[in-house]
Design a protein around this ligand. Structure first.
Ligand code: UDP
Length: 472
């Protein structure tokens, strides 16, 4: 098990952004949480320190919690590849999908429990009775019983889910259910994600947030965006070399973008004046990267001169995601099957994950440069990438699934596609934004307002403070 370092972040700059009324509400919640916890720790446990929305959320949320005097910790469990195959299967099932179709029987229970046992041993050496332990996602559910036995207060935070149940969701929940008996409170992103056998009184709904000052979201001048994208090879230099760009890390120190992104493309990168459609996602089947490519190739009019960039982590970068390699392979195969004229306009980018702040600033620049941001997920817990684009005033085209529907009202803050498999509708929505910059700008502006009003860290932390009070 690995402990992730958390640097305290002073929430003062966030307070300036949200104004005095919200700042006062936040301060009240922070005082109540500090008094209640009285030195007890809030220990978070998940299965990866980089890549994906959970790692992204923990990085900033825990830092702000420390900044208001709450002793937060973050531990990342170790697992074997067999363990992560099982947990990925459960993850896909909770999204209503068959995943790899493999078994979830007694042998998988044994493998799951065996992989978690040494993690529980280590965790118990750092958790004291009365500490609150927030277990994130299916990978950690099996730790609950032993933690409770030792007197910890245990909350299970599930970031995934599906609005409707089916045979796959039933199978996923059947596997997890025995491990959740000892959990005292549950947190879901949407109430609809909670299975009906969980006592509704124990269910808390908490929506994620973003940090406007993190490298992922901090303001960048147009020349910085261009500098980062040209330097990393994500847009063409137009005959002008760009020096590497300096940026601010989450701990306030200066960083430098000095890594190139690994891009699969036939010719040069997209010209910097070509409208760019962007989807940033892990190489996960539920994100439907191939569907974005097909919709772009077949249903977005060429006359817009648009290019598509799909960006994901380099496939060795996300420890708990065993499917990444095969999904990327499928994308490459599909890309190779397109005629050259189409291939020239589609770019598949893999970012090395060694330095999370550097990944974040590159992603930030690409999102800011995008003419349209796509999130064509088949299912989605929340979809932090949608919020990140909204914060950057980008018009978004996304599927009407899961947590995305809590972020975007169709036609006001972006465009939603009713059927996530409808490539024609997706292509038409992208085309409508490429053809109408006024509409794109209006949706982008409304998106920013919504992100500011609903999805910043103050709201998120207040909901956790309310949860801790409810536990007493
Ligand atoms: N992300 C990134 N680089 C990548 C792919 C993803 O920085 O190449 C980040 C993305 O910006 C977002 C998170 O990973 O912050 C993905 O969160 P989301 O909720 O959209 O999906 P999840 O991966 O949790 O299913």
């Amino acid at each position: 098990m690995q402990e992730v370092d958390i640097q305290a972040l002073d929430p003062a700059r966030l307070m300036e952004l949200i104004g005095p009324v919200r700042a006062q509400e936040f301060e009240t919640a922070a005082v109540a949480a500090r008094r209640l916890l009285d030195g007890r720790r809030v220990v978070n446990v998940n299965s990866t320190a980089t890549g994906g929305g959970v790692a992204e959320l923990l990085q900033t949320l825990l830092a702000y919690a420390r900044g208001v005097g709450v002793d937060t910790r973050w531990h990342v469990i170790d697992g074997t590849s067999a363990f992560f195959d099982i947990t990925k299967r459960i993850h896909n099932h909770l999204y209503g999908a068959p995943g790899d179709g493999g078994p979830l029987g007694p042998a998988e229970h044994v493998a799951y429990e065996e992989a978690l046992r040494p993690n529980a041993d280590e965790l118990l050496s750092v958790v004291a009775p009365g500490d609150i332990v927030l277990l994130h996602d299916p990978q950690t559910a099996g730790l609950a019983a032993r933690l409770r036995e030792e007197g910890a207060r245990v909350v299970w935070r599930c970031h995934v889910g599906c609005d409707e149940t089916n045979e796959h969701t039933a199978r996923g929940w059947e596997f997890l259910r025995p491990y959740l008996d000892d959990v005292e409170a549950f947190v879901f992103t949407r109430r609809e994600f909670a299975p009906d056998w969980i006592d509704p009184a124990l269910v808390h709904v908490i929506t994620p947030s973003l940090d406007p000052f993190a490298a992922k979201n901090q303001a960048l001048a147009p020349e910085e965006v261009r500098g980062i994208l040209v330097y990393t090879g994500l847009v063409a230099d137009g005959g002008r070399e760009e020096p590497s760009t300096v940026f601010t890390r989450r701990d306030g120190s200066r960083g430098r973008v000095d890594r190139r992104v690994d891009v699969l493309q036939t010719g040069p990168p997209p010209p910097d004046d070509a409208p760019l459609l962007v989807q940033v996602s892990r190489w996960d089947r539920m994100k439907d990267m191939p569907g974005v490519m097909r919709a772009f190739a077949d249903h977005v009019d060429r006359s817009h001169g648009a290019h598509l960039t799909l960006m994901g982590p380099s496939v060795h970068g996300v420890a708990d995601d065993p499917e990444g390699g095969s999904v990327l392979d499928e994308c490459v195969e599909l890309w190779r099957s397109f005629p050259e004229a189409v291939r020239n306009r589609i770019h598949l980018a893999c970012v090395p994950m060694h330095d999370p702040d550097e990944v974040a600033i590159i992603t930030n620049a690409l999102q800011r440069h995008a003419a349209v941001v796509a999130q064509k997920s088949l299912a989605e817990g929340f979809g932090l990438t949608v919020l990140e684009a909204m914060w950057k005033h980008r018009p978004v085209v996304a599927s009407r699934v899961g947590g995305i529907t809590d972020q975007i009202v169709d036609g006001r803050h972006g465009l939603l596609i009713d059927d996530p498999t409808d490539l024609e509708a997706f292509g038409a929505a992208v085309g409508s934004l490429l053809a109408d910059p006024v509409l794109a700008a209006r949706l982008g502006a409304a998106a920013y307002e919504r992100a500011h009003a609903e999805f910043l860290g103050d709201r998120h932390l207040e909901r956790y403070a309310a949860l801790f009070l409810a536990l007493e």
